[in-house]
Design a protein around this ligand. Structure first.
Ligand SMILES: NC(=O)c1ccc[n+]([C@@H]2O[C@H](COP(=O)([O-])OP(=O)(O)OC[C@H]3O[C@@H](n4cnc5c(N)ncnc54)[C@H](OP(=O)(O)O)[C@@H]3O)[C@@H](O)[C@H]2O)c1
Length: 360
């Protein structure tokens, strides 16, 4: 039996290939190891950011690949097909961070009723959230379409939730408007949904490309939608904060130049447009100094204080919109995975689509 991996060239993300390797022998698994079949995973622009930051944030070390290549981490589901751990039965379903592959061996540790951790030596040194697996067998919140929503949006919505929480904690830096770039992205509209629900007079302004304007308007969670070309038309007579999903340095410089000292906070969340490198020296810009917002740091800060319950309530309020906002598109097999990867890398996936994939 063979296992299949999808890997990308670390120094040129346009180069990718499918490789076959022997399936690990279930009988020869080390004690406490699990052989997991990766059954389905989500793929969005966020996974491209994992690849862009693969060296910087050690994502490449999670799932080993041949020299010069990397396996892009994805959020999804796996089924335990062989277990050498007495606490985990074959047939269990796990939700967490997987490679783009058909199989993964997990060194199961810290087993609880709700989850476990992969203790493999090469996976240490990243934020704990990337090594944690939830045990979700029989949980209707992770089954069928609900499961697709979890894989596609739960990690992104956690970021939306943390940014909303962070801005509220800082009283929006005294601003009355929040601008979000890549407004059509799932992470951005999750945040816009939360900001909109606050009904505290904060205006949400979505910045997007011309082709995605009507989609962003149709969501109903942005008070105003402006194309990247039209940002010069935004009024500058009151304070604003900027949540940057796009990671586009020229766009950021234009916005800072336009708003000057009215720019009270400028948080860098993503790199969807990949115009800048994470190593790029921060350019001196008018207004608040741009700073990276790294979700795992804020999860740690918020670990106490009922954050899980608050997140659960926020998620329950968000999910009913997804029937209208997102079509789940399922594709299976190596050729389909390669197509989905390249389409996402090159910005060719319509924003109303959520891709669910498997290599098998
Ligand atoms: N810091 C964190 O921990 C964290 C956590 C979650 C997400 N994020 C970041 O948030 C961003 C959005 O992720 P997502 O998964 O929500 O995205 P998504 O739903 O797949 O976003 C799709 C949108 O991103 C823009 N886009 C995608 N590919 C592009 C390309 N090649 N060139 C230019 N624009 C492109 C387009 O938006 P427009 O037309 O509207 O520009 C597109 O409609 C990512 O950069 C992700 O890494 C960061």
């Amino acid at each position: 039996m063979q296992a299949t991996d999808f890997v990308v060239a670390r120094n040129d993300l346009q180069q990718c290939k499918v490789i076959e390797r022997p399936l690990p022998d279930a009988a020869a698994l080390p004690d406490e190891a699990l052989l997991v079949k990766v059954t389905r995973f989500a793929f969005t622009a966020n996974n491209i950011t994992y690849a862009v930051l693969g060296d910087h944030l050690k994502y490449w070390q999670l799932f080993p690949a041949p020299e010069g290549f990397g396996n892009v981490p994805v959020w999804g589901f796996g089924k335990v097909i062989a277990s050498k751990h007495p606490g985990i039965a074959e047939g269990e379903t796990l939700f967490g961070y997987f490679p783009m592959a058909t199989h993964l061996v997990i060194e199961a540790a810290d087993i609880s009723k709700r989850g476990l951790r992969d203790a493999a030596a090469h996976r240490q040194g990243v934020a704990p959230v990337y090594n944690a697996y939830a045990r979700v067998s029989g949980d209707p919140a992770f089954a069928g379409r609900q499961g697709d929503y979890q894989a596609l949006l739960r990690p992104l919505f956690m970021l939306s939730f943390l940014v909303d929480d962070f801005l509220a904690e800082n009283e929006f830096y005294g601003a009355k408007s929040v601008m979000l770039s890549s407004a059509s992205s799932k992470t951005a509209y999750g945040l816009a949904h939360l900001l909109h629900a606050r009904s505290n007079g904060i205006k949400t302004i979505g910045l997007t490309s011309a082709g995605n304007t009507s989609f962003v308007k149709s969501l109903g969670c942005y008070d105003e939608v402006v194309t990247y070309e039209d940002i010069g038309s935004l009024p500058t007579n009151s304070a604003v904060v900027y949540v940057d999903m796009a990671g586009n340095s020229p766009l950021r410089a234009t916005l800072h130049g336009h708003f000057g000292e009215q720019m009270k906070y400028s948080g860098i969340i993503g790199l969807t447009h990949r115009k800048s490198s994470p190593d790029e020296p921060a350019q001196a810009l008018p207004g608040a100094k741009p700073q990276f917002f790294f979700a795992p740091d804020h999860i740690r800060k918020r670990a106490r204080g009922g954050v899980d319950m608050r997140f659960g309530a926020a998620w329950s309020g968000f999910v009913p919109n997804l029937e209208r906002w997102m079509k789940v598109i399922e594709n299976h097999g190596p050729a389909a995975v390669q197509r989905a990867y390249l389409n996402t890398l090159n910005g060719r996936v319509p924003p109303d689509q959520g891709l669910i994939l498997s290599l098998a």
